[in-house]
Ligand binder design. Structure first.
Ligand code: ZN
Length: 187
C-alpha cells in the first residue's frame, strides 16, 4: 500500500483513540472525531490540498488541545512539521476564554501557510455546526457572536487558500441570513 495512505490511516486511528470519550457540543452530540475528519475532508475536497502533512495536521489538530496527547507523541509518529502545525492551532487552555479568542485573532497573520489552511477549514467546520446543529443552550446572539469572531480570525489569514476563503465567505453569508432571519420572529 502507498505509504502516504498508510500514514493517513494511522493518523485517523490515532486521533479516533485520543478523542474516544468526547462528543461535539452540538445538540446531536456527534462523536468528536467527526470534526477533525471533516476538517481534513474540507481541505482535500474544497481546498484542493494534497500536502500530506497538512492533512495529517488537520486530522490531529485538536488532540493536544483537547486530549492528553503530547507534542512528543505527535513528533515521533508524524514528524516535527506536522507537530508544529498542530501546536500553531492549539489554544493555551491556561488562559481565560476571552483572551484565548483574542489571541486567535492576533496570531492568525503569523501562522505558517499550512496552519492557516487548517484554521480556515476548522472555522468552516465549526461555523457550519453552529448554524446547522448548535448546542441547545446557545442563543441566536451567541451564535451570531461566534460567526463574527470567526470572521475576525479569518480576516488575518486571507490569501492562504482562495477556494477555502470563497467557501468560508459563502458560509458566513448563509449563516448571517439564517441567524438574522430567525431573530426577526422575536422582535
Ligand atoms: Zn477543531
Amino acid at each position: 500500500m502507498d505509504n502516504q495512505i498508510a500514514k493517513i490511516i494511522e493518523a485517523v486511528s490515532f486521533s479516533a483513540k485520543k478523542h474516544r470519550f468526547q462528543t461535539r457540543k452540538g445538540a446531536a452530540s456527534e462523536p468528536y472525531i467527526n470534526h477533525p475528519l471533516e476538517v481534513a475532508n474540507i481541505l482535500a475536497s474544497i481546498g484542493g490540498v494534497t500536502d500530506l502533512e497538512i492533512l495529517l495536521a488537520a486530522i490531529l489538530h485538536d488532540t493536544i488541545e483537547d486530549t492528553e496527547t503530547t507534542a512528543e507523541e505527535i513528533t515521533e509518529r508524524f514528524g516535527s512539521r506536522v507537530c508544529n502545525m498542530v501546536l500553531e492551532v492549539t489554544d493555551d487552555k491556561s488562559l481565560p476564554k476571552a483572551e484565548r479568542k483574542q489571541k486567535q485573532i492576533e496570531h492568525a497573520p503569523y501562522l505558517s501557510p499550512g496552519a492557516k489552511q487548517v484554521k480556515l477549514a476548522d472555522k468552516i467546520s465549526n461555523i457550519t455546526d453552529v448554524v446547522e446543529n448548535p448546542p441547545k443552550e446557545w442563543t441566536e446572539q451567541r451564535r451570531r457572536e461566534y460567526v463574527d469572531w470567526g470572521v475576525n480570525v479569518i480576516a488575518g489569514l486571507r490569501g492562504a487558500n482562495p477556494a477555502l476563503e470563497r467557501h468560508f465567505d459563502e458560509l458566513v453569508a448563509r449563516a448571517k441570513r439564517s441567524l438574522a432571519g430567525g431573530s426577526q420572529h422575536h422582535r
